[in-house]
Write a protein that binds this ligand. Sequence first.
Ligand code: PXG
Length: 408
Amino acid sequence: MEGTDPVSVAPESARNIAQVEAHSARNYAPLPVVIARGSGVWVEDVDGKRYLDLLSAYSALNFGHGHPEIVSTFVDQARRLALTSRAFHHDQFGPFCEEITRLTGQDLVLPMNTGAEGVETALKTARKWGYQVKGVPDGQAEIIVCAGNFHGRTITIVSFSDDAQYRDGFGPFTPGFRLVPYGDLAALEQAITPNTVGFLVEPIQGEGGIVVPPAGFLAKARELCRQHRVLFIADEIQTGLGRTGKLFACDHEGVKPDMLILGKALGGGLMPVSAVLASREVLGVFEPGDHGSTFGGNPLACAVARTAMRVLTRDGLADRAHELGAQFMDRLRQLDSPHVQEIRGRGLLIGIALKPAAGPAKAFAKQLMHEGVLCKDTVESVLRIAPPLVIDQTELDWAYERIARVLH
Ligand code: PXG
């Protein structure tokens, strides 16, 4: 864990960090800031210092902290009915299913909680569809994934990661996956066999370093999948729901995936809500008992997601991300910084790729923290800028000034 450095960490923060270091597993290395409250794009630490949140919990806070309407739905629904399990129907489930399938243009939804559960669900769906509908011989289904992928941390998901740290010490792994380079159409075509049931892809790689694939890749990959009867599975957990300047990042190339995985922002910044969406042919493979989750599709989650989707559309947050993001990226590109290699991304999902000589991106994130701006590195050399989509121009200007200062 970073710095209990007494010079830079105020007393109450230092106390909290010491507790964490004493009693928590060290599976994270957070910046040494201890946040106590948040509102909109701003958070405040236990010592009363304010910061602008340019990370948005990796896109889970697209609506900002404590969005008033979403909080109000959350509180009302928690008072009325929070949990039933799926053993019974509840009055939020039907409307949620209708609204999310309408928003995504898909036939059916299967709700889960975390992103990784959503991905696991999509993988199970693709396999079952492969055996039942495509006619793949039992136990032979293959799923193609991309180098540099990040889809979560379960054993199956890390089984097809090419990041050694995600895998080391966690074997044996789940078989049935093939890796191809991200954005490489020829490699994808070569990897397809008669047993291929799905191609799982992030339309922009988030944890891989905000990597935008070559123009046309998604549309052509989608077409290739159609030709070979392979399900095109888009993991839009980080890119979906307005983040990249369209409702979904696949929309930039007019691609409608066979299966769509959503998470993060679907929970309105308040709770974990994920979902898999697909056609009736695909999600129709499930029988009662095949798959599920105690909390998946609970009344609180459904109510919160419904309000989140309504706010997203009503407030035009995707268009906002498009406009503010394009401007901000232009301004970043004009920065005459000795450290910057490339500015890349879409909408308000922006990566500042640093030159090797600049040193680790994490050091810049730490400097920005001292300037009152919170963001985080992704891979070693990329700073991720992904503010809540409700951010305004003045707040972005405020952030820009500080980023410019730190990068000079
Ligand atoms: N798919 C994508 C594209 C993601 O970015 C997941 C799946 C998994 O979601 P859950 O809800 O299971 O974390 C992600 C998550 C972290 C971390 O702390 C996770 C993400 C980004 C940065 C850090 O594990 N993305």
